[in-house]
Ligand binder design. Structure first.
Ligand code: NAD
Length: 498
């Protein structure tokens, strides 16, 4: 039985107190266990990060960036190993894991530009012989807590930027698929990072609660479900920490009557069912404007879904794999049952999907549900499975009102040929990331990622320019060197530049 431990102060260790099984969701079997860190182990990681901080914050940004250049090369060199680990524990198909890793590597590439990003701002002569400038100082020890669905990409949203800005990091990955994340952290160590700058503690609530309460941790980045995001944000900020907590989603795509329907269907199939719908940007609701668009959409989706291939991660002919756990499989099936019970039409039913040779796997087939309404449980809550629901409305205004009324505001998309309608949509919709004929509008690494409403708690988005702001503290210095020959008297009024 393989044991997944912690990376603390440059060494992989195990504290041996509590452990949990890690499953291969395609086989339904467990061949690994993950350590669940005790409070004392997390405190050891925080202490290691704190001890490494003085040396790391004074390391020139260019030298910090060089570690990231080497790290990027190691990630590329070991991509097959990383994606195999993701496949074994998460279940996503290798080509999808490669896509996730590539999007993660792009954040490392952005981090390589840190010397430019950290240059600060300078103003000469803000007053007589007075200059002023702003510097961006690292915070100290910062923590990241990440979800199961992107074990490579989401951690890479956080620690490369935090570390290149001069901070030291403690990461708590998902306990459901921890191996790829731990392996990536070891590659960063191999890239030449000093011991203690990057630490990984595996674990559950005990580890998380320690991180969000310990006074030595200055900031917390969280990505996961909304109830936990809200809990982390409330608790971490109450303990005086800076916090950004990204939560769940219900991403709608409006299909306008003038949309290129073949294109919309192709895009929807990929965005709804890719990674088994376990993406926070997955399209899970299609809003058809007008019955003609609704009928065309449903019949073409039904046709396209006949070709969906569900199976194990290692067979790259598959389109998507199992969901993460047996409990999650039952939850997804439960949402489909509830939609049926509340009056929706199950057009394509993935509830009883079996994969030959993987009879115990946690599979749910692609599911299409028509005539869904806004009061159904399956519409209101995040399903996080390979389920696309169709809501039919009469106008674009009605479609937009539906999206705006939903508690989540992560991503959305409109399929249309009408530029005016698309512009009106992107200008007015209350959602953080908008696609126009682009189904998964995940911002590239040099923009920042974040939803609106209950999809994000905090002020700054993840990665990109917002990450520089999140992981640094501004200091503004105002300087004058008085001439020894001119002595000024005390000034009691508010200083101005006169
Ligand atoms: P989750 O909220 O269950 O877990 C996320 C992290 O929180 C894990 O590390 C977990 O160990 C920890 N955690 C879980 N329960 C906890 C508790 N009671 N107290 C303290 N810590 C706890 O999320 P998940 O199931 O791993 O991931 C799926 C969710 O993440 C979905 O809701 C998805 O939409 C969301 N997600 C959001 C984004 C985004 O950018 N907005 C990105 C990816 C995933």
């Amino acid at each position: 039985m393989t044991l997944v431990g912690h990376l603390i102060n440059g060494r992989v260790i195990a504290d041996g107190t509590r452990r949990q099984a890690v499953f291969n969701p395609a086989t339904g079997q467990s061949t690994k266990q993950v350590e669940l860190a005790s409070k004392a182990t997390v405190e050891q990681a925080i202490a290691a990060a704190q001890a490494a901080f003085p040396g790391w914050r004074n390391t020139p940004p260019l030298k910090r960036a060089r570690v990231m250049f080497r790290f990027k090369e190691l990630l590329e060199k070991h991509a097959d190993t990383i994606c195999a680990l993701i496949g074994e524990e998460h279940g996503k198909i290798t080509h999808d894991a490669m896509g996730e890793l590539q999007r993660g590597i792009e954040n490392v590439e952005y981090a390589c530009g840190a010397p430019e990003l950290l240059k600060g701002e300078h103003s000469k002569n803000v007053g007589p012989n007075i200059d002023s400038w702003s510097e961006f100082h690292p915070l100290g020890v910062v923590a990241g807590i990440t979800p199961f669905n992107f074990p490579a990409m989401v951690p890479l949203w956080m620690f490369p930027m935090a570390i290149v800005c001069g901070n030291c990091f403690v990461l708590k990955p998902s306990e459901r698929d921890p191996s790829a994340t731990l392996y990536i952290a070891q590659l960063l160590q191999e890239a030449g990072l000093p011991d203690g700058v990057m630490n990984v503690v595996n674990g559950d609530k005990e580890a998380v609660d320690t991180l969000i309460e310990d006074t030595r941790v200055e900031a917390v980045s969280f990505v996961g479900s909304t109830p936990i995001a809200e809990y982390i944000y409330t608790r971490a900020t109450a303990h005086g920490k800076r916090c950004q907590a990204l939560g769940g989603a219900k991403n709608h795509a409006i299909v306008m009557p003038d949309a290129d329907m073949d294109n919309a269907v192709n895009q929807l199939v990929g965005a709804a069912f890719g990674s088994s719908g376990e993406r926070c940007m997955a399209l899970s609701v299609a809003v058809a404007v007008g019955d003609a668009a609704g009928d065309a959409l449903v019949s073409r989706m039904q046709e396209a879904m006949q070709h969906l291939k569900v199976g194990a991660s290692s067979d790259s002919r598959n389109d998507f794999g199992p969901v993460i756990t047996k409990a999650h499989q039952e939850k997804v099936v439960g949402y489909i049952d509830s939609a049926e019970a509340q009056g929706a039409t199950i057009v394509v039913d993935g509830r009883r999907t079996q994969v030959d040779g993987y009879e115990d796997g946690f599979f749910v087939g692609g599911t299409l549900i028509d005539h869904v309404s806004h009061d159904m449980t399956s519409y209101r809550e995040e399903i996080f499975g390979p389920v696309l629901q169709v809501v039919r409305v009469d106008s674009m205004q009605e479609a937009m009102a539906l999206i705006d009324a939903h508690e989540y505001g992560n991503g959305t998309c409109i399929f249309t040929r009408d530029g005016e309608a698309a512009r009106h949509f992107s200008d007015n919709i209350k959602v953080g990331m908008v696609g126009i004929n682009v189904p998964l509008p995940v911002p590239v690494a040099y923009h920042s990622f974040g939803g609106w409403k209950r999809s994000l708690f905090g002020d700054l988005n993840a990665y990109g320019p917002d990450a520089v702001r999140f992981y640094t503290r501004r200091k503004t210095i105002t300087q004058r060197w008085p001439s020894a020959s001119v002595r000024e008297g005390a000034e009691f009024s508010m200083p101005t530049m006169e």
